[in-house]
Design a protein around this ligand. Structure first.
Ligand SMILES: Cc1ncc(COP(=O)(O)O)c(C=O)c1O
Length: 448
């Protein structure tokens, strides 16, 4: 049955422009294609480490991290990009290729195009971060900045592709892209024995499709788990509706996963192989990024941190005591965004807290509050006070204090202290204990 869940005619026209991604005739990627991709790309792609993680202690699982953010351009996208480029005919190679992307796919195609001497054009929307445009230019690509968003940039790319006879390479649904992404699973299965599950960040579904084909062929008992952000949950929508469905996207820390509709080939390939799909909230993605930096010294972008976010949000509890591989799919995160993520992560962890306290407005009232906070070793990061809109008497002032604490228990101590002294007091958005993963102290996991 053809799967029609498309938004409108405009979308239909866009799809029919890509002969490799035909909704009426989706392609299932085979295991043989993945092994062939692995052979072809072996000299240009790193076999990245898959290492036992310190995070195991925190989660009560044996966790291994497949560090594909260590690829040259910082993401796994190079696997598919290189394979798709290598599969072109000589004539196609000399004409060149075109892609529309905001991020990792663009960088991967530009870098490998340059390596292989294939001209690359990428179309990026006007909103593309200057850093990413710059990176693609460094790889000698022809960068076209046009369109207000990705959908418009894609239309521009299709137009140029037709005019100049360039092959359009979809970053998650081109069959060669999917086959290339699947090579990561071959490496994982060689690197880690006795795996119980592999957790895969999911956007357009190309990585998930490639991984599930390889895993289910080589070791069907290994569970394949997809993870997406609740702000771009297009794979869950596809599952709910029996096929790719347009899903409006909201801003997310996992911008690499922000694809409004999963690929038709990716869906057709993965839908019967996937064991579980987890949808995570943004605060867990922020917390996961923070944990990777603090515990692993790894800078991982939001999309790449989703696997850990799934664990931290308590959605993979059935794997306590089991062996899990998390794919750290990318590390390209803007420094400004990283700063914001860390603050959000600290807040989600109960280590950055905001309290609203009404204190005496007589001399020394605010000073007394500050002394009390510092008496237990909590430091004040920010403090503002408010007089005009305070409902209590005119001799009171409302103070908003942002504090840094050592950990959640320290914050609870602060709350108890302030509660004992002040009548009007509240902590804003303080996480409850259940939402935090308690450290798992058993020494079960000292050995991989
Ligand atoms: C870092 C990262 N992780 C995961 C994904 C998801 O891959 P896919 O779109 O094939 O599902 C992407 C996609 O761009 C990505 O950049």
């Amino acid at each position: 049955m053809p799967l029609f869940h498309r938004r409108d005619l405009h979308e239909t026209e866009e799809r029919s422009d890509d002969p490799f991604c035909n909704p009426e005739n989706p392609v299932k990627i085979t295991f043989e294609e993945i092994t062939s991709a692995a052979y072809k790309i072996r000299s240009g792609i790193k076999n990245t480490p898959c290492e036992f993680s310190h995070i195991s202690q925190l989660t009560g699982m044996s966790i291994f991290l497949k560090k594909d953010f260590l690829q040259h351009t910082g993401s796994f996208k190079e696997r598919g990009a290189r394979y798709a480029l290598l599969k072109l005919s000589d004539e196609e190679k000399s004409r060149g290729v075109i892609a529309a992307s905001l991020g990792n796919h663009a960088q991967a195609v530009c870098y490998h195009g340059h390596q292989l001497g294939i001209p690359v054009t990428v179309v990026m929307p006007l909103i593309a971060p200057i850093m990413k445009i710059q990176k693609c230019r460094e790889y000698h690509a022809n960068v076209v900045i046009e369109g207000k968003d990705m959908a418009e940039a894609k239309q521009v790319a299709f137009k140029i592709s037709k005019e100049r006879g360039l092959i359009y390479i979809n970053g998650y649904d081109h069959p060669h892209i999917i086959a290339g992404q699947g090579t990561i699973a071959l490496e994982i299965l060689e690197q880690v024995p006795d795996i119980d599950a592999i957790v895969v960040p999911t956007g357009g579904g190309g990585l998930l499709a490639g991984v599930s084909v390889a895993v289910k062929m080589l070791n069907p008992s290994v569970k394949v788990i997809g993870v997406e952000s609740e702000r771009c949950a297009s794979y869950s929508q596809a599952m709910a509706n029996g096929g790719p469905t347009f899903t409006p996207i909201e801003g997310t820390l996992a911008d690499g996963l922000a694809v409004p509709e999963v690929g038709y080939n990716a869906w057709e390939t993965s839908r019967n192989l996937l064991d579980k799909l987890v949808v995570v909230k943004e605060e867990y993605i922020a917390l996961a990024i923070l944990r990777f930096i603090e515990n692993e010294k790894c800078v991982v972008e939001g999309a790449g941190a989703c696997g850990l976010a799934a664990i931290l949000s308590g959605q993979l509890e059935e794997f306590r005591g089991k062996r899990l591989v998390l794919i750290l799919s990318g590390g390209n995160i803007d420094t400004t965004i990283l700063g914001r993520c860390l603050e959000r992560g600290l807040a989600a962890d109960g280590r950055l807290v905001k309290c609203r306290v009404t204190v005496s407005d007589r001399p020394g009232g605010i000073c007394e509050l500050c002394k009390m906070v510092s008496s237990i070793g909590v430091s004040i990061k920010d403090i503002v006070h408010e007089r005009a809109w305070v409902a209590s008497d005119v001799f009171s002032v409302e103070v908003i204090v942002v504090c840094e604490t050592r950990d959640y228990t320290h914050s609870v101590q602060l709350r108890e202290l302030l509660q004992s002294k002040y009548k009007k007091f509240e902590f804003e958005n303080f996480p409850n204990e259940q939402s935090l993963v308690a450290p798992f102290t058993q020494d079960l996991f000292s050995m991989p």
